[in-house]
Design a protein around this ligand. Sequence first.
Ligand SMILES: Nc1ncnc2c1ncn2[C@@H]1O[C@H](COP(=O)(O)O)[C@@H](OP(=O)(O)O)[C@H]1O
Ligand SMILES: [Mg+2]
Length: 444
Amino acid sequence: MPVLYRSILSPQLQSSLTCRQITHFTFNQTKVTFSSFPNYTKISCSMFSIMEDNPPLTPTILESTEEKYSAELDVAVKAVQMACSLCQRVQEGLISKSNSLVQSKDDKSLVTIADWSVQATISWVLSESFASKSVSIVAEEDVEALSKPEATVLLDSVVQTVNECLAEAPQFGIKSPIRPLQKEEVLEAIRQCNSTGGPSGRFWVLDPVDGTLGFVRGDQYAVALALVEDGEVVLGVLGCPNYPLRKEWLSYHNRYYRILSKLTPPRPDSWDRGFVLYAKKGSGKAWMQPLLPQSMKLVESKSPRPVYVSLVEDPALATFCEPVERANSSHSFTAGLAHSVGVRKEPLRVYSMVKYAAVARGDAEIFMKFARSGYKEKIWDHAAGTVIIQEAGGVVTDAGGQPLNFSNGIYLEGLDRGIIACAGVQLHQKIIRAVDASWDSSCL
Ligand SMILES: Nc1ncnc2c1ncn2[C@@H]1O[C@H](COP(=O)(O)O)[C@@H](OP(=O)(O)O)[C@H]1O
Ligand SMILES: [Mg+2]
């Protein structure tokens, strides 16, 4: 019986599994897969190091971590389901009425009622659900613009949106507040998300509406929630309300999908678009739960089903995705990389972390992001997507092949050049090599 000693396990795996005896394992250069644990069928872990010379620790009995974080995951999935429902309502309002709900932020990006409302709602749900533990949250929005005297109408809209969403909480298996939240309580819930992260302890990471530009344009966006413990992302939950059932539709603006749905309306009980993806670190599984159709209870919804990355390793058959906005990632650099490794298909340009979802579900094989020099990637734009792709069987690193570092505050500190997520190790290595070959001649 082969024994894999603790000394060769990555810190990630060491922290998620304690003493263990392994009955079977396979590995390639960046990924190790364990089988036949008493309580697991398969556990995968990427990014490990082998230290064969170390004295082996005594291999003893396995301890399952199946129960760990279960309560947190349950609440996080429900909270993201609620947030998706809230966003759908606000987006419909934006499309059908006016853009008066869109505010310009100092950084010229856009923020809407939905951003603040989702942040307030998820913050309130987490605090209520884990009242005994102090809940620490790193999130994108602050209350400054919302607290100004001239923002009264805006604040009223946020309070109303939050209360409408919380009134529906029981449908999602969450308790509603005993009375509607007051303005100050909503502001406090948003304000409470002021953690700055760090290397130790536990904190949630929230991007209430990732891809705000996609959201206000009626297109793709995501709600992203992750739990980080001692610097590792241990849970990822990603709501993608406009993700179409048929992956071909991802290449088109969501407005075409809406037109089509009007022509041939989906049956009320059928799933036509939108889901929540989620994964727990070290479980070797990522799951997809369809969004709740209006008026259906979460308990009545279809069971979650597992998602897996694509098995395509041939670059000629692979699809790569990247941000829509050139300002967010160099399209010319990624085009050069794609060409040099033999990717032939047109890039799939989609807003937000929906790109992580596309790779995790096997609808695309590669995601690349190369921001302009000096831009610092934020942890909330990557935390949930990273763990979901990894548990679905994929690889996510920076362009130097190192894992993303979520332990150093709100930024991905030390990120080497860009982000590369792939379904398989071979594709990943080819792209890393291509980056090295072309970086010096690039303008980045
Ligand atoms: N100049 C820039 N370079 C790189 N990324 C940027 C950027 N400006 C904003 N972003 C990030 O890119 C995210 C959108 O991702 P994408 O471009 O893949 O749709 C934004 O998230 P928000 O929309 O939540 O602000 C923001 O965090
Ligand atoms: Mg974002």
